[in-house]
Ligand binder design. Structure first.
Ligand code: MG
Length: 327
């Protein structure tokens, strides 16, 4: 029964998790918290991760009742993300892999979110709406690749909500979007806003000072178009913004109207976590795709990120994320 330790730290969260054959044994996480109104810079976030990660690895192994010798591989986030945090995670992963003499698995962060969603959901091949601080994409699996059908042309939805929260001086724990949602629930009047759907793509930059309902409606529209295009009956919502209840409601309504279903969302695993990296790594291990240490460098950019994960190569935009199925 292969058991994989996964390490994540590509943004302001750092985590370690253990997965064994489709079962999440543990997920320990810490957030680099900044004062309300402030974003986070890569350097201090990386230093936070460096201080926190070893204790999180200990917690993850302890909660999973797993010893280092029980592990079959060490998975880590190769990218995309912020360099300082990625470098800390990669250094710890390389050290543990050599210390414990276990293979390394370099995981694409985006694939980590998707594979965790697939593990938790009932649908093996859903349409995926991936919404987070760094990404906003409508993704479908076709002919051995994850195909990006549509995406934001500028800001990621989560980044748009984060910036909006910063303007309002809202706290960033557990997430800025959480506080935007809480305030929006009390709102009475919907402002008329620019609606930036361009084919299968969306644009949020003109919305920054306006927001939410309109941004979510735009995403529901392009996602509905992708459901129609692919004929898929299941929609999987992944990424940090997947926690947003209003976005879930709108997508559930849209899916219901066309005989499709929004897969259940487990908020514990929407935001970045180590278990999702362990799960994507577990799939890689099953496919025999380990990462030699001299190829375990990090990649900040999402462009041309060579992904190991289940053999996926993410190229810019329409190129999609290449995937070699594991079975
Ligand atoms: Mg993420």
């Amino acid at each position: 029964m292969p058991t994989v330790l996964g390490l994540e730290g590509s943004a302001n969260k750092v985590g370690a998790g253990v997965v064994r054959d489709g079962v999440i044994l543990s997920s320990a996480r810490a957030t680099y918290v900044t004062p309300p109104g402030h974003g986070f810079a890569p350097g201090p976030a990386g230093r936070h991760h460096r201080r926190a990660l070893l204790a999180l690895v200990g917690d993850a192994l302890g909660h999973a009742r797993t010893r280092p010798q029980d592990l079959d591989a060490i998975a880590f986030t190769k990218g995309p993300g912020m360099g300082a945090g990625l470098a800390v995670v990669a250094a710890v992963a390389r050290t543990l892999a050599q210390l414990w003499q276990r293979p390394l698995l370099a995981v694409n962060h985006c694939v980590g979110h998707i594979e965790m969603g697939r593990l938790l959901g009932p649908a093996p091949d859903p349409l995926v709406l991936y919404v987070s601080g760094g990404n906003t994409q409508v993704i479908a699996f076709s002919r051995r690749r994850y195909r990006i059908l549509g995406e934001t042309l500028d800001l990621a939805l989560g980044n748009c909500l984060d910036r909006f929260a910063r303007i309002l001086q809202l706290p960033n724990a557990p997430s800025p979007g959480h506080h935007v949602e809480r305030l929006a629930r009390r709102g009475r009047r919907l402002l008329d806003l620019p609606y930036g759907v361009k084919g299968m793509d969306v644009s949020f930059s003109g919305l920054l000072t306006h927001l939410r309902e309109t941004a979510f409606a735009m995403l529901a529209e392009v996602t509905e178009r992708a459901l129609a295009l692919t004929g898929t009956r299941h929609l999987l919502l992944v990424g940090g913004v997947a926690c947003n209840q209003r976005l879930q409601e709108m997508l559930r309504t849209m899916c219901g109207a066309r005989g499709a279903e929004l897969c259940p969302i487990d908020e514990r695993y929407c935001q970045d976590n180590g278990a999702m990296i362990a799960q994507a790594g577990w799939e890689m291990l099953r496919a025999g795709q380990t990462t030699p240490i001299d190829q375990s460098g990090i990649t900040q950019s999402s462009a041309l990120l060579v992904q190991s994960g289940i053999g996926r190569t993410r190229s810019r935009s329409r190129g999609g994320i290449e995937a070699t199925p594991t079975e």
